[in-house]
Write a protein that binds this ligand. Sequence first.
Ligand SMILES: NC(=O)c1ccc[n+]([C@@H]2O[C@H](COP(=O)([O-])OP(=O)(O)OC[C@H]3O[C@@H](n4cnc5c(N)ncnc54)[C@H](OP(=O)(O)O)[C@@H]3O)[C@@H](O)[C@H]2O)c1
Length: 426
Amino acid sequence: MFTYHTVVSVFTQFYRHENSCSSSLPAPILGGLQDTLPQSYEPDDKLHQHSLRSIERGIQRKREVDAALPFHSIFHTTLMQDTSIFNVAGEGSRVDPHRVPFRTLHSGARIPAIGLGTFGSDNVSGEQIARATEEAAEVGFRHFDCASVYDNEHLIGGAIKNIIQSGIPRDQLWINSKLWNDRHGEDDVVAACQKSLDDLGLDYLDLYFVHWPFPNFHAKGVDVSSRDPHARPYIHEEFMKTWRQMERLVDEGLVRHIGTSNMTRAKLELLLRDCRIGPACNEMELHPHFQQSEFFEWVRSQNIMPIGYSPIGSPARPQRDRTEEDTAPIEDPLIVQIAQKHGVHPATLCVKWGQQRGQIPIPFSTNPKNILANLQAVVSPPLSDDEMRRIADVDRNCRLIKGQVFLWRDGQDWRDLWDEDGTIAP
Ligand SMILES: NC(=O)c1ccc[n+]([C@@H]2O[C@H](COP(=O)([O-])OP(=O)(O)OC[C@H]3O[C@@H](n4cnc5c(N)ncnc54)[C@H](OP(=O)(O)O)[C@@H]3O)[C@@H](O)[C@H]2O)c1
């Protein structure tokens, strides 16, 4: 058996040896270890018994690679690229799920600090996404962001069944689903949740969101100019009727937590004033070109965990959801430059940045290499303070998921959905 302190001590000795000095690990390296290593290792946990050997192998490889480069840069680039060092489980290309950072919610529950998105943007089949879900679990993902409107929960249910049969207990998985806009009615919420549970093959969800705060329906694949003839603005009294049913889901044990999505501060303030059970998480668009810093900090100050959707800037979103003003964070010269420095794809850097900043990114991918890279990103050493500061400066306030189809009056602007002046548009 060895402990967290043993691992830190091995790195410290190695650092001193390589740098011919007697100093301790520099703060960024120590911070990286603290963020990524579990604080204790159980003697009977086979996964961890390999850890020290993996680190020693990595150190040996580092010596072979290039003794001339300074330790810090090798440490960074080798860790970002070489799964044998990340992979404390020892064998193969995976990340030990015990090493994936988590966040603690207001209930005290621990949620993995990265999840797999499952929305195929109309161009990836449900079967592919179900396969990706299984592959993601194999490499160490434990958190999956589902929704009834993604129209694939029945297939993901098959994947979850296989995951559990492979030996991963249900209580080590974190599964989200979402109530779609046409099921806000008082009599619909429990039935809609039960349908997601049946499709996913589960008897409880870890987190159930109200997907959008509007009961406005739109058919699959419609153009952004399409409108629900019955569309309504946000009416708080009506939303609270829906929320009471969400609270009931918690009371009845069908869901462990409830959450909001696509909310604004103005709407959340009303909800927090009137709810009995508050939202544990708020799912919101977050990537380097849309950081929502003020709202993000306010959400956190209310003990609500921000879950960052489209963390890569949703590069494969449907054409109909694109506008000329949209920008792409993965093409941002600074993101590209910092990613190159660390030897990773800009998409992976976006995921890394998001997790380090404090949100829970939920990148979508069906590519096994990308799935693994995204998970490795969150167990890699932290970006430097300077890198984080420079990325904070590339914010373009560029919302990509604008929600035009949920507008309720002719001649409205999509900004009316987002209460930009602090008031709820009537
Ligand atoms: N609450 C809401 O209203 C809401 C709205 C939008 C999204 N979401 C959730 O957020 C999830 C993620 O958002 P998103 O699907 O819009 O987009 P995203 O995660 O920002 O981007 C996904 C795209 O990035 C690519 N990608 C992923 N990892 C990569 C890597 N390491 N290197 C290179 N490319 C990579 C994927 O391609 P490959 O498959 O080829 O890797 C895919 O095309 C959704 O799936 C959904 O669960 C929620």
